[in-house]
Design a protein around this ligand. Structure first.
Ligand SMILES: [Ca+2]
Ligand SMILES: [Ca+2]
Length: 190
């Protein structure tokens, strides 16, 4: 069963993609997110990185559309998005696979100019800013997510993201992966 706490997190996740905050996700919302990452990362639109990023997002979009666009209007309303994720959450292994696959490809773009497999502060900042999250003390927020060695590795990042979706423990660190939970709700503000 999906708890109220998980639902709150899904709302924040939905809002990462609903760039114009109208309660529906459309392909243009998706494209805006891609453009923002491209801009922040300084990716040239003629390069394979751009092509990869773009296709990654479109695949994710089309897959979500296939299952969540109940009325076939090429838009995903918040309620339909939520039902889709409620179903997904019945299969934690599927969620893990989704995050590992998507996360791996996504992070290879966010981190494409890095020598080490670390999620540095600069990259984390790009990650949240690209999703339109404006966080007051983002550096302090980043610090909360560091491992014992004071880093975030790719594996840490994957685990934090999985925890974000699956954990019901309010103290779990992964809850904070997409930014603070007391902000970022675009539905409740309407
Ligand atoms: Ca929208
Ligand atoms: Ca729809």
């Amino acid at each position: 069963m999906v708890t109220e706490f998980q639902e709150h997190k899904l709302k924040i996740f939905f809002c990462l993609f609903d760039s114009d905050n109208d309660g529906k996700i459309e392909v243009n919302d998706f494209k805006k997110v891609v453009d923002k990452f491209v801009h922040l990362k300084g990716i040239n639109k003629e390069t394979p990185e751009y092509f990869n990023l773009y296709n990654l997002y479109l695949d994710f979009w089309e897959n979500t559309l296939k299952y969540a666009d109940i009325d076939d209007d090429d838009k995903i309303r918040y309620d339909d998005f939520l039902s889709y994720w409620f179903d997904l959450l019945k299969f934690p292994q599927e969620i893990e696979k989704l995050i590992l696959d998507f996360g791996k490809a996504f992070m290879s773009i966010i981190l494409f100019d890095e020598e080490e497999n670390l999620f540095s502060f600069d990259n984390y900042k790009i990650f949240l800013t690209g999703f339109g999250r404006e966080i007051v003390d983002i550096e302090n927020h980043y610090r909360k997510l560091l491992n014992k060695e004071g880093k975030i590795t790719i594996d840490d990042a994957q685990q934090l993201a999985i925890e974000f979706f699956l954990s019901n423990d309010k103290t779990a660190l992964g809850n904070l992966w997409f930014g603070p939970l007391d902000t970022g709700d675009c539905i409740g503000n309407k």
